[in-house]
Design a protein around this ligand. Structure first.
Ligand SMILES: [Zn+2]
Ligand SMILES: [Zn+2]
Length: 161
């Protein structure tokens, strides 16, 4: 935030730190919504990541760190996947109960904190009743494409910085 940002590569007007109100991306059945993501923008609203490695940092942080905290079942079976409760080992209900939005707070290198909402169908355990997503592997696999969809939809450029 201290060093003066380089000018916009498209229109050469100065880039200033900004906060994106809300951007969302889908990779069914996952929907990712980013609330308050820090970015850089010029007066013409050309928008860039705060740093060139921001997108990769966010993807890795979500997949390896934050999503690991979500309540998730365990996938079993090779051809025909079944999902078992992570707590009691009983099968999860075959039909989703509802789509649950999990909130994950994140902060990048001294930038303001923002949050990522991970919306996924949750399934209720037939044994203990706990709601959980099918598996961590599933949400992790869907995350990169959903993020790319969000960035593309918001017109964020990686820029030449
Ligand atoms: Zn510009
Ligand atoms: Zn259970």
């Amino acid at each position: 935030m201290d060093a003066p940002a380089k000018p916009c590569p498209l229109c050469a007007s100065p880039l200033k730190p900004t906060i994106l109100p809300l951007i969302a991306g889908n990779e069914a059945p996952l929907r990712l919504t980013l609330h308050g993501m820090p970015a850089l923008a010029c007066a013409k609203a050309h928008t860039y990541f705060v740093k060139p490695d921001f997108a990769l940092w966010l993807m890795n942080h979500l997949v390896e760190h934050d999503e690991a905290t979500l309540p998730a079942g365990d996938a079993t079976g090779l051809l025909f996947k079944a999902y078992l409760c992570h707590d009691c080992g009983k099968p999860l209900s075959p039909k989703p109960d509802h789509v649950h939005a999990f909130n994950l707070p994140l902060a990048y290198e001294g930038e303001p904190e923002f949050r990522v909402e991970v919306a996924m169908p949750v399934f209720r355990c037939g044994g203990c009743g706990k709601e959980q997503i099918h598996s961590l592997g599933e949400v992790r696999k869907l995350t990169p494409a959903a993020l790319v969809d969000a960035f593309r939809g918001a017109g964020i450029r990686s820029g030449a910085m």
